[in-house]
Design a protein around this ligand. Structure first.
Ligand code: ADP
Ligand code: ZN
Length: 361
């Protein structure tokens, strides 16, 4: 039997562990024993995940838990749902020593985490991510929040979980387009921080396509290590953490101009292609390096061309509106060497637009 992989996120007295193993949900009762005994807990999950994995929760014996199930989908990631979670917490008798657990994808984790951050000025929180995107990205690092009609993630808080429990078995039921959303982030980690890891992905792309769970367990572990290292060094995005936005400044613009009809992973893939193209135009990397990234993205079913109808000038204008843009300057993360990126903010708008145009169909 494989041992449980344990990855430490070092943040002083807010440090926590990521536990990772295929089949781990089966042992949830034992794992939570140390955390939960005799505490009231609220499990937040969505209407897709509850019928699939809710029974793992039903086997928890050590705490007095209640469930809050919200309808699946980003459109419920609102302050209203957070208010409903908090009201359910009151009804279920949660106090300042109680606990909120998030069982689901990024939407669930972001929202339950935010509820935990504000309920009685902050209570303990555990993440049980069930999408690849949440496993490798949103469940680690402490960003929580909800959307407003005016834009995504406009209300939120940094609130670190006490524990992250990852069971890659849950990926078996995940729709392939949701898996791809996570794969875009996985490739991103190779590009920003670990070239050896990128080469492993290239070599094992079949394992990725066929959902080889052993391989997934190892790659999720590496992604969590990279994210843990980055977050430990820069919790609040003062500097280094910004490299996690590789592909995202272009990607967010594409997502919002498409009215979110283009999925996050697809938009980030297009964004990484545009960032690499810009780096080629700036002679920071050779064309064949950009092509290597794009080829892996394509192999895993991710798009590297921006579809017709999205104009380069409009994409640039949307990038200026991104909440991470500083003043009227776009701060971009660009590849500069194998497995390394740099943050560059003094770029000529014409060149950015040209790079985007070169990636448009
Ligand atoms: P993300 O993790 O990509 O940020 P969501 O939390 O919205 O986004 O999850 C994406 C979709 O996948 C949702 O419809 C959610 O209900 C569903 N989902 C989450 N985990 C699983 C799973 N393990 N199996 C099947 N569907 C899942
Ligand atoms: Zn992302």
């Amino acid at each position: 039997m494989q041992p449980i992989k344990q990855i430490q996120v070092s943040l002083g007295d807010r440090s926590y562990e990521i536990m990772l193993k295929a089949g781990l949900l089966q042992s949830l009762n034992n794992i939570l024993n140390a955390f939960c005994s005799n505490r009231a807990a609220l499990v937040v999950t969505d209407s897709n995940v509850e019928p699939l994995y809710g029974e793992a929760i039903d086997r928890i014996e050590h705490c007095n838990y209640s469930k809050f199930v919200f309808p699946a989908g980003e459109k419920y990631k609102t302050v209203e749902t957070v208010a409903a979670i908090c009201r359910k917490a009151v009804a279920a008798g949660l106090d300042r020593k109680s606990l909120i657990l998030a069982l689901g994808g990024g939407v669930c984790g972001d929202m339950a985490g935010f509820a935990a951050a504000v309920y009685m000025r902050g209570i303990d929180f555990i993440q049980l991510p069930t999408t690849l995107l949440a496993m490798v990205d949103s469940s680690v690092g402490g960003k929580t929040g909800v959307d407003l009609p005016e834009g995504k993630n406009l209300v939120g808080a940094f609130w670190q979980p006490r524990l992250v429990i990852i069971d890659p078995e849950t990926l078996k039921t995940l729709p392939v387009e949701e898996l791809r959303n996570g794969l875009a982030e996985v490739i991103k980690y190779g590009m920003i921080r670990d070239w050896k890891f990128f080469r492993r992905l290239e070599k094992n792309s079949t394992g990725l396509k066929q959902l080889d769970l052993d391989f997934y367990t190892r790659i999720i572990a590496r992604c969590c290590e990279i994210k843990a290292e980055i977050v430990s060094r820069d919790e609040r995005e003062g500097g280094l953490r910004a490299i996690l936005n590789y592909g995202h400044t272009f990607g967010h613009a594409v997502e919002s101009l498409s009215n979110f009809s283009i999925a996050h992973g697809a938009a980030v893939a297009m964004g990484m292609a545009a960032a690499a193209e810009l780096a080629v135009l700036l002679r920071k990397i050779p064309g064949n390096y950009a092509e290597r990234q794009n080829s892996l993205l394509r192999t895993l079913g991710l798009p590297v061309r921006i579809p017709p109808g999205l104009e380069p000038e409009k994409i640039y204008a949307a990038m200026l509106h991104d909440k991470k843009a500083v003043g009227a300057k776009v701060k971009l993360v660009l590849p500069v060497a194998e497995g390394a990126v740099a943050i560059i903010d003094d770029l000529d708008s014409k060149l950015i637009i040209r790079a985007v145009r070169n990636c448009c169909d």
